[in-house]
Design a protein around this ligand. Structure first.
Ligand SMILES: C[S@@+](CC[C@H](N)C(=O)[O-])C[C@H]1O[C@@H](n2cnc3c(N)ncnc32)[C@H](O)[C@@H]1O
Length: 311
């Protein structure tokens, strides 16, 4: 993907964000930091693509059976936790959407274990094969590789096998059955390398248009890493289909490594206290923007924030 594509913030989103920010803070300062945060975000996107950060996360399995025990064996156990909420929404959307494909996106979904586990259920597998359902997982700077290893494993299964020796992702090694399960089902999931701006601008490699079209949008331990949670949340609102459901895990922003970020044009942005405060504030702005964009909280799941886009 071209490095130029991800840099632009659409005017409609900018307007909505600045309007909301002006209710909470001094608009000119917010706008100037918004520009700076966007530049830092783009620098991080470039860095991630050049250095392949996508596999380096501590929590990277995308397994949402239990928020606090992320490293489960993907092949074992029936669907539970968030997976069951997804299936409830999938069933609703498959009924409601008729011939139009239903779309589930796990934003920053790592290795996509829950996505695979849901996609492998016969009813959803058939819908994917009939092109009535797209189950997608986005990551930044990471696309699973098609080339097989010596044992014939590709993509995520290859990564699991390679990492199993180092015992990084799981205290217990993945079993042969886990590797087989992932090898057999990973192609049901579409992996997308995308920043939030690319998702909104439809310049990601997603197989269907995403704007107004995502029926289930989920994030866990992902939004917290962006520099632009306000843009991300406004984007999420713009991506949801009418009636679409959004699951948010984010509570506050994660820290940044280092005190300065080098931009592509040679300038350096200092990550000081003020920058961090503004980034934290931008999460609040993004969260309060959601209802203004028609995406309202529901009480479906205690612990995870759940929203639905009103039609
Ligand atoms: C800690 S992992 C979480 C993985 C998975 N959701 C889980 O809980 O197991 C963070 C995820 O967010 C993605 N990510 C981090 N920063 C991002 C950014 N600025 N834009 C888009 N995705 C980002 C990473 O590629 C990764 O998939």
């Amino acid at each position: 993907m071209s490095e130029m594509l991800h840099s632009s913030l659409q005017p409609d989103l900018r307007r909505a964000i600045l309007e909301e920010a002006s209710q909470q803070t001094e608009p000119a300062t917010y706008e100037s930091y918004l520009g700076e945060r966007l530049e830092v975000e783009n620098a991080i996107v470039d860095f991630s693509r050049n250095h392949g950060e996508g596999t380096a996360w501590t929590y990277s399995t995308g397994d949402y059976r239990d928020r606090y025990v992320p490293n489960l064996h993907p092949s074992s156990g029936s669907l539970s936790g968030m997976e069951l909420l997804w299936t409830k929404q999938l069933d609703r959307a498959l009924k409601a959407k008729g011939d139009q494909p239903v779309v589930l996106l796990d934003f920053g979904g790592g290795m996509g274990f829950s996505a695979m586990r849901v996609a492998s259920q016969p009813i959803y597998k058939k819908a994917i094969q009939d092109r009535r359902l797209v189950v997608a997982v986005s990551n930044l700077g990471f696309m699973p590789q098609d080339e097989p290893d010596a044992d014939g494993y590709t993509k995520i299964a290859r990564l699991m096998q390679a990492d199993n020796q180092a015992r990084r992702f799981t205290p217990q090694p993945y079993t042969e059955q886990d590797l087989r399960f992932v090898q057999d089902n990973q192609n049901l999931v579409t992996f997308v390398d995308a920043s939030v701006l690319e998702l909104y601008n439809d310049t990601s490699s997603a197989p269907v248009p995403l704007k107004n079209n995502i029926d289930i949008l989920h994030e866990s331990r992902a939004l917290t890493h962006t520099q632009v949670p306000d843009i991300a949340l406004a984007t999420f609102a713009g991506l949801l289909s009418p009636g679409g459901v959004l699951y948010l895990d984010v509570r506050r922003m994660s820290g940044l490594r280092g005190d300065a970020i080098d931009l592509a044009d040679g300038r350096t942005v200092t990550i000081d206290e003020k920058y961090r405060e503004q980034r934290e504030l931008s999460l609040e702005v993004g969260l309060s923007l959601l209802p203004r964009m028609g995406v309202v909280p529901t009480s479906e799941q205690p612990g995870t924030k759940t929203y639905v886009r009103h039609t």
